[in-house]
Design a protein. Structure first.
Length: 94
């Protein structure tokens, strides 16, 4: 399945409790790897292509005001078994 990494401004999040509401709304609507930040009024997540309207509606139904969703990266192929892969990053040089 093809997915994208997205960024969405969210107005109305004023505390960690609001972050949890927004994250849960997006997860319930099908997003993965969801990270909300009330201090920056934003949320990032991974979701299948062409599902952003449903995800914005889920945030709106949770009582918050979603902004324009933008893609953060190019397409990502999700693992068929749903397992996440960890990796190490080594930076060589100064």
């Amino acid at each position: 399945m093809l997915t994208h990494r997205y960024h969405m401004p969210v107005a109305g999040m004023t505390c960690p409790h609001g972050e949890a509401f927004v994250e849960q709304a997006l997860i319930t609507a099908g997003a993965q790897d969801v990270h909300a930040n009330f201090r920056r009024s934003e949320v990032t997540f991974t979701a299948p292509a062409n599902t952003t309207a449903n995800l914005a509606a889920a945030v709106r139904e949770a009582g918050y005001r979603p902004g324009q969703i933008r893609t953060l990266d190019h397409r990502v192929r999700a693992e068929e078994d749903g397992a996440r892969k960890d990796y190490d990053l080594a930076i060589i040089g100064s």
